[in-house]
Design a protein around this ligand. Structure first.
Ligand code: NAP
Length: 261
């Protein structure tokens, strides 16, 4: 049976962990070469090793996706090494300003949110996706072979999260960014879609997963369980492959039914 992404070159940001890593491996299983970008180089190398074990090419690359020069250099490096960017999955993201650091998450209503913390989340989750998409779209247009842009938003793009308003706003921004890009890039045969996951078992939800009783949270999930990273990876695979070719400007929700409620 033909592989669904045979010889495609995919850039995955946030590829060192969680959804990004699962997507890198799922894409490699379907024949893609994967450029694994993340701020954690050692962990990105682990993902790249898993991709290579599947017989595909892979490079680990250290980047801060909120830094314009670093993002441009990342995409230039991928084009130099792989020859093209056919698919990009922008998965690098943070749930609050101090994500990845020791200490408590910043949970505060917007009336009390520091501007620095607001800016931090917007700079990674929205600026970072814009910068990544922009550099990839430019490379795709220049190559003239179309392309697929897949942005990891969240169910929070539609559902306001009290205490994490900046996260919800960043993800709603990603969804609108995706739709604007879909409109502007359609003439170049480049599709742009978003994925809005619900609660997925990754390091980002580690604290939730450790709660002794998940049932109050699961009341919001008709399927009554968290999703796996591969559930999101399979959604990205659909959008990246031939089966998803007529989708653009959509947001798909692997979320166990949260958003429909
Ligand atoms: P994850 O396991 O923490 O993976 C995110 C990766 O992105 C981490 O390796 C993280 O590094 C990296 N990263 C963060 N900021 C970066 C930056 N500025 N430049 C480069 N890399 C950066 O979390 P995940 O759950 O897979 O999240 C992936 C995406 O899915 C995020 O956009 C998240 O908002 C979204 N999402 C997740 C869920 C969920 O339930 N897990 C639900 C909806 C949406 P650090 O570890 O150093 O931060």
């Amino acid at each position: 049976m033909a592989l669904r992404l045979e010889n495609k070159n995919a850039l995955i940001t946030g590829g060192a962990s969680g959804i990004g890593r699962a997507t890198a491996i799922r894409f490699a299983e379907e024949g893609a070469n994967v450029f694994v970008a993340d701020r954690h180089f050692a962990a990105a190398e682990e993902t790249a090793a898993a991709v290579k074990k599947l017989g595909r090419s892979s490079t680990a690359y250290q980047v801060d996706t909120s830094d314009e020069a670093q993002v441009n250099a990342m995409v230039a490096q991928m084009v130099k090494e792989f020859g093209s960017v056919n698919i990009v999955v922008a998965a690098a993201g943070i749930s609050h300003a101090h994500y990845g650091e020791e200490g408590q998450p910043d949970v505060a209503f917007l009336s009390n949110k520091s501007f620095a913390n607001w800016r931090k989340v917007l700079s990674v989750n929205l600026d970072g996706v814009f910068l990544t998409d922009r550099a990839c779209a430019d490379a795709m247009i220049k190559a003239g072979n179309g392309g697929r842009i897949i942005n990891i938003a969240s169910a929070a793009a539609r559902i306001p999260l009290p205490g994490a308003g900046e996260y919800s706003v960043s993800k709603a921004g990603v969804w609108m960014l995706t739709r604007v890009l879909a409109t502007e890039l359609a003439p170049f045969n480049i599709t742009a879609n978003a994925i809005g996951p619900g609660f997925i078992k990754t390091p980002m939800t580690a604290e939730l997963q450790q709660m002794p009783d998940l049932s109050p949270l699961m009341q919001r999930v008709p399927m009554n369980r968290m999703g796996e990273p591969v559930d999101v990876a399979n959604t990205a695979l659909f959008l990246a492959g031939e089966d998803g070719r007529y989708y653009t400007g959509s947001i798909l929700h692997p979320d166990g039914g949260i958003v429909m409620q």
